[in-house]
Every structure is written in C-alpha cells, then in structure tokens.
Write a protein that binds this ligand. Structure first.
Ligand code: UT7
Length: 348
C-alpha cells in the first residue's frame, strides 16, 4: 500500500539575502577631440559675439569631432573607457557589462556599446546603449550601482558620451554656441566597505515636454506650432528659454529631493558634480544653497555643454586633480531632453 500524500509544507527558511556589499568608483577617464571651436571662430561665421556667448552661457570654447578623421562617439567613448579601465587596473576581459549613455551613437543598430565592448576586449560583457540625453550618465551610474549592490554583476563600465556637433545645425546660433563633444567613463566594482556607494538617487522624466528639445527625422515628427523650415531635419531644435527655466527650478528641487532622501543638508556635501548646461544655471543653484565656489565644479568655459559626456568629464578631471577624497560625499545632478532629470548621491 502506498502512503497517503503528505500536505505540502512551507519551509520556514527565508530565501538567502544577498551579501551586503559596497560599491566603489574604481577608476575614471575621459577623452576629448583635439579640435577646438572658439567663440572667435563662431564670430567669423555667425551673427554672434564672444561677449554675448560668455555673458549668457560662460562658454569660451568647445571641442568638436572631425568625422573625416573617424572621430565620433565610438572613438571617444572607447578612449574614455580604456582610460577608466587603466585607472581602475581592471582587465577588460573582467567586465560584466558596458553601458553607453548617448543620444548620438554612431549606429542605432547595433548599439554602439556592443562595438565598444568588442574593441575593448570585453568578450563576456553584456552591452547596451542608454538614451536619457544629458541625464544619461547619471541614469547609467544609478543602474550600474544597483546591479552591483544586488549581487548580479561585479564589474561595470559606464560611459557618458555625446558628439553634439553631429546633430546641431552649424548655421543655428541658438544651439551651435552651446554644445560640444566629449566622453567620460567610470568603472564600478564591489567593495567590502559597505559604507561606500549610493546613499540616495532620483530618476525622473516628463515626456509631455518633449518639444522643448528634440530632433526630427521627418516632417511628421515636427509638432503643430513649430515651423517645419526653422531648422533642417536631423538637427536639434531647442526652446532655449523654456529649457533654461526648467533647469533652474529642477536643479534646486532635485538637490532638495536627494538630500531629503538621504537625511542630509547641502552643507554636508563635499562636492556637487552637475551637468554643464550653462554657467548661469550652475551659479543660480550654487547661490540658492549658499555653496562656496569650490563645491560646485565648473568646466563649461573650456568644453561647452557636452550632454551625456559632461558629468563624467567633470568627475574624471576632479579625480585626476585629487579633489575626490576617500569617503567624500559627492552628488551628481543632471537634466536634459525628455525632459529628464536625475541625481546620484555617493559616499566614494
Ligand atoms: O543641456 C540641456 C539642454 N540645454 C540647455 O540647458 C540650454 C538652456 N538654455 C540656455 O542656456 C539659454 O536659453 C541660451 C544660452 C540657449 C540662450 O540664452 P537666453 O538668454 O535664453 O537667450 P534667448 O534665447 O532668450 O535670446 C535672447 C536674444 C534673442 O534676440 P531678440 O529676440 O531679443 O532680439 C536671440 O535671437 O538673443 C538672441 N540670440 C543670440 N544673439 C547673439 C540667440 N542666440 C544668440 C547668439 N548670439 N548665439
């Protein structure tokens, strides 16, 4: 006789909790095209002036890729990733994942990150592109951090890179003066020091405001109310003043939101690394929180607004200058097309 079936009993054992792990910025690097486009260069071809550009934006020059030299997101992002891996002393073969934040990748299919991973020799890494415009690197940093914290991955390279010169109309003085090309990268790894990593993060989007900054590929992409002939297709259209107002308000709100999540005040933060959109936007946030100049890094005078490249470029310069100390509290803040905005508060 067979024994009657036993009722299924639930195990009292809980699923194993992942080991508590910290996350560290193991290495950083950046890459810039050699070609400089100065305000004087722009004065020669456009109805603009050095005085207007410096007063309204703080920009004196920007870097631009030369396509005939093969420069673009692939080459810049690759160089930045190589520099970050060398700084971290990580063998590319040990990478688990390559995330490229960019809206100007050389190809949409395949994702530019796939070619970068292959050229790095990251043979077993997954790779994907992330499109969150100027907020892209901060989105990528948050995602990579949580993948490592959760225990699924160990070594991730996050790259932020845009070649905005590819998508601005060279005859449009409203955009060409603002944007530049740049790449920065960070390698993230786990650490036994569980105090290190993200203390608070935010990622937001408001797609109802997509018209404020967009790139149409067809006349059908141009919404009612926008002049179809204002800017050529495949070139960026920006309602500068609208984006400016959004950025000033969002910048402060985002810092407040992130500090509240972490239970900290602005004074506690050692360094703010913010998207370099316009020197006046950075200055208004600095004043609003009463921060000393050295706590809000500014390099927009030399590189312009390099979209997803701007935050990791700042990070790489600051680390190279020894200004990101062990245990420092560093807040990354960015905002851009989408509209999107994001922050990441780290103990590094
Ligand atoms: O990364 C996120 C994406 N973008 C941003 O963060 C950009 C945010 N916006 C800005 O930074 C500013 O709005 C700009 C720098 C783009 C423009 O500055 P603004 O003070 O908002 O100028 P505006 O667009 O209101 O234009 C003021 C005047 C206009 O002339 P009128 O209509 O007053 O006669 C423009 O035609 O300035 C004129 N203008 C220029 N003049 C000389 C616009 N661009 C230029 C120029 N040179 N390059």
């Amino acid at each position: 006789m067979t024994a009657p079936p036993q009722p299924i009993r639930r195990s009292d054992a809980r699923p194993p909790t992942p080991p508590a792990v910290g996350v560290r910025l193991a290495g950083t690097g950046h890459a810039l095209p050699e070609t400089r486009l100065t305000n004087a260069d722009l004065e020669r071809v456009l109805d603009t002036s050095d005085e207007w550009i410096v007063q309204r934006t703080g920009i004196r020059e920007r870097r631009v890729c030369r396509r005939e030299r093969g420069e673009g997101v692939h080459s810049l992002a690759l160089d930045a990733a190589r520099a970050a891996l060398a700084d971290a002393r990580v063998d590319p073969a040990d990478l688990d994942l390559v995330i490229l934040s960019s809206v100007t990748g050389d190809t949409l299919v395949p994702a530019t990150s796939c070619r970068i991973a292959a050229d790095l020799g990251a043979d077993r890494a997954g790779a994907f592109d992330l499109a969150a415009a100027c907020s892209g690197f901060v989105y990528g940093l948050n995602i990579a951090h949580d993948l490592i914290r959760g225990g699924a991955y160990r070594t991730i390279c996050v790259i932020g890179c845009d070649a905005m010169s590819r998508i601005v109309d060279p005859s449009d003085r409203r955009t060409v003066i603002l944007f530049g090309d740049a790449a920065g990268a960070a390698v993230l790894r786990p650490t036994d020091d569980t105090s290190k990593g993200v203390l608070a993060q935010c990622m937001h989007a408001d797609g109802s405001r997509w018209r404020d900054l967009y790139l149409p590929h067809s006349r059908l992409d141009i919404p009612d109310g926008d002049d179809p002939d204002d800017t050529p297709l495949h070139c960026l259209r920006m309602r500068g003043r609208e984006v400016y107002k959004f950025a000033v308000i969002t910048f402060s709100d985002l810092i407040d939101e992130t500090l509240a999540k972490a239970g900290l005040v602005a004074d506690d933060i050692d360094l703010f690394i913010a998207h370099q959109s316009n020197a006046r936007i950075l200055e208004s946030a600095r004043e609003r929180f009463g921060l000393p100049e050295q706590k809000m890094y500014v390099n927009i005078d030399r590189y312009g607004n390099s979209s997803a490249g701007s935050v990791p470029l700042c990070l790489s310069e600051l680390r190279a200058a020894g200004r990101v100390g062990d245990g420092n509290l560093v807040m990354f803040v960015a905002f851009g097309a989408g509209l999107t905005w994001a922050s990441s508060l780290w103990r590094v």
